[in-house]
Ligand binder design. Structure first.
Ligand code: PGA
Ligand code: ZN
Length: 424
């Protein structure tokens, strides 16, 4: 007997920053219910799919200062649901229907928060019908590839009120032999950073949106040196066991062709900024650098790639915004060698999957990433695993919005046949 969709309902819930976000509930004729919640960013790229919020509309709720998502929800309930109810769940059919209802590239009319919620709920329903976890549903036969975690230790930029120019100083425990070992190392480093930071007189009990420490270092150089010391202090070898990854998120401080450093109070031309970063990479065990240049400063990206060793992972987040056309341009122009994959930058799960496959087929490293506003939903861990991303970026080890993802990976590691990714 065919199992069909009997109900689809959108509802407004809260993300980890206390801001409204969209959740979709899909009910099937076998009685099962599949729930998916979408995240939301703070340092959003201009080319991302567009979240729909109620600012200035009749839906706007005073106490959420216009950030409510009732309009997006009404699109789920009144436009998408009537077309899907009675059909068999299929991610392709759902995503094709959404494109038919809103052909705009950024899903502006229906709202990418609405489209992704329905797209993901459908994927979960399909996995259920196949009697598989979402990870296995995408993986097919063979052991699961558990991704290497990239974990936030220090937060700056838009995530910590500009404490540091750069948005994240993260660690990559690439010497670990298993996911659980990798996680234990980063927990120790995160704890050491809090302890050592307090010893230096910093306030360390305030955590940023993604659970990192918002320590107000004077420079990126100082912040990297501090994280290196913390790696060493827990008995691990910087550059061998654990290396540093940076998310510069430089679009946030790029203006009129210059990079404006709050830390140094200086204005840098793109080539001066590039020199700064090349020096930083030389001075510290940095293995990965994300958004070193602004989202449309394409030529600087390409020059930078010629300056740095090919072993350095150069990641496009705001540059690519999980968009196939932008990725193709970046591959053709050799702008980067890695892409951050955020499903809500794209808005549809099948299209996001196409982007990651295209990146992998072109030799790019891939990192599936959370947003600063997250929920307790852990689909991210399943898709990162099922899509063989190799790496996952979730924020820090604090906050259940973050640990939900780590804990799901621990569960997969403990219960499924799997191997641990070794991307470096
Ligand atoms: P966001 O930042 O989720 O606040 O946009 C995450 C990132 O830049 O990687
Ligand atoms: Zn980023």
């Amino acid at each position: 007997m065919i199992t069909r969709i009997t109900k689809l309902q959108g509802l407004q819930i809260l993300d980890s920053r206390g801001r409204p976000t969209v959740c979709a509930l899909m009910e099937l004729s076998d009685g099962s219910i599949h729930k998916a919640s979408v995240p939301s960013g703070a340092s959003t790229g201009a080319h991302e799919a567009a979240e729909l919020r109620d600012h200035g509309s009749k839906f706007s709720e005073k106490y959420y200062s216009g950030t409510s998502v009732y309009q997006a929800i009404s699109h789920i309930n009144n436009e998408i649901a009537p077309r899907l109810i009675g059909t068999e769940p299929s991610t392709l059919a759902t995503d094709n229907l959404i494109v038919e209802l809103d052909s705009s590239l950024r899903h502006e009319r229906i709202g990418a928060n609405a489209t992704l919620a329905v797209s993901l709920a459908t994927a979960k329903a399909c996995a259920h019908l196949a009697r598989l976890s979402l990870a296995q549903f995408y993986q097919g036969a063979g052991p699961l590839l558990i991704p290497m975690p990239m974990v936030n230790i220090l937060s700056g930029g838009a995530h910590a009120n500009g404490a540091l120019d750069i948005q994240d100083v993260l660690v990559l425990p690439h010497g670990a032999k298993s996911f659980s070992q990798a996680l234990s190392w980063v927990v120790a480093i995160r704890e050491m950073a809090a302890k050592a930071g307090a010893k230096k007189g910093f306030v360390t009990n305030l955590v940023a949106d993604e659970g990192g420490l918002g320590i107000g270092f004077e420079s990126s150089d100082q912040a990297c040196a501090f994280v290196s010391e913390c790696i060493e202090s827990v008995g691990l070898n910087p550059g061998v066991d654990v290396s540093i990854a940076l998310d510069i998120a430089s679009t946030q401080f790029y203006s009129d062709g210059s990079y404006l450093s709050r830390n140094s109070g200086k204005k840098y031309s793109p080539s001066q900024w590039s020199d700064q970063l090349v020096e930083l990479v030389k001075a510290h065990p940095i293995i990965s650098i994300e958004d070193p240049f602004a989202e449309d400063d394409w030529s600087s990206w390409n020059s930078f790639m010629n300056e740095v060793p090919p072993t350095l992972q150069v990641v496009g987040d705001d540059l690519f915004t999980t968009n196939l056309e932008r990725l193709k341009k970046g591959i053709a122009e050799k702008s980067a060698n890695s892409i951050l994959i955020k499903a809500n930058q794209n808005g549809l799960i099948t299209h996001t999957h196409e982007v990651i496959k295209h990146a992998q087929n072109n030799g790019f490293k891939t990192i599936v990433s959370a947003r600063s506003g997250e929920t307790e939903d852990s689909w991210l861990s399943d898709i990162a695993t099922g899509w063989s991303a190799g790496q996952i970026k979730v924020g820090s080890t604090h906050g259940s919005d973050r640990t939900a993802k780590w804990n799901r990976l621990l569960e997969l590691e403990a219960t499924q046949e799997c191997v641990f990714s070794q991307p470096f």
